[in-house]
Design a protein around this ligand. Structure first.
Ligand SMILES: [Zn+2]
Length: 215
């Protein structure tokens, strides 16, 4: 919590939970001081959508913008955390009272944080953005949406259509946030994904700091 910043990213580690069918996460020390090497060096093998990461248009849209072309303004600036109480999915009815404005950066805090991150197994029943809510956010012309598990779409519910609805509307996506202990207020957000050439996604570090001091 240095300087009021809250880390809302998930640590990457070997064997961690990943989307079913995506590559296993393997991070191994290949040079180790404790084994007589001069320094510590690791080998890192991960899928591009591991842990806290971003989805660019190129994830789903042929010819779409890749993540290395992310404009800094998409992920650096004010962001609002909205708390969702629906235990199944984010629905338009729960978003409507929040008067979401064009260009807003919205982070959706659900019961996923922190519960579904605790077990080492993939949580199939995580809270996701329903297709009507994805269309709602697209129509509101928000700039960015962040979710607190590994996909904006459900494990069995419209994952492709939900990505399409958001990405075709130019909404940048952060997935895999942990919003534990993050109150539903306004924050300053900084989220920067690793710069991988023509990338369809990449791990990111995401931090927030309240815009007004808490009372
Ligand atoms: Zn992704």
């Amino acid at each position: 919590m240095e300087g009021g910043w809250i880390d809302i990213s998930i640590p990457l580690k070997s064997g961690m939970v990943h989307w079913p069918g995506d590559p296993e996460v393997r991070i191994e020390r290949v040079l180790a001081i404790e084994h007589g090497d001069k320094c510590n060096v690791s080998s890192i093998a991960i899928g591009s959508h591991t842990g806290t990461h971003m989805d660019p248009p190129f994830h789903y849209l042929p010819g779409g913008t890749p993540l290395d072309a992310l404009p800094f303004a998409a992920t650096i600036g004010p962001a609002r955390v909205i708390e969702i109480t629906d235990p199944e999915s984010v629905k338009p009815e729960e978003l409507a009272p929040h008067d979401i404005a064009p260009g807003e950066r919205i982070l959706l805090k659900t019961r996923n944080s922190p519960n579904v991150w605790r077990p080492d197994a993939f949580a199939e029943d995580f809270v996701y953005i329903s297709l009507p809510a994805a269309h709602y956010l697209a129509e509101r012309q928000i700039g960015l949406v962040g979710v607190d598990y590994l996909s904006v779409g459900g494990y069995r519910a419209d994952g492709d259509a939900i990505h399409h609805a958001l990405l075709e509307a130019g909404v940048w996506i952060i997935e895999g946030l942990n919003l534990e202990g993050v109150e539903p207020v306004q924050y300053q957000l900084i989220c920067l994904p690793i710069k991988i050439h023509e990338s369809d996604g990449a791990p990111a570090r995401a931090i927030v700091r309240p815009l007004q001091p808490a009372h």
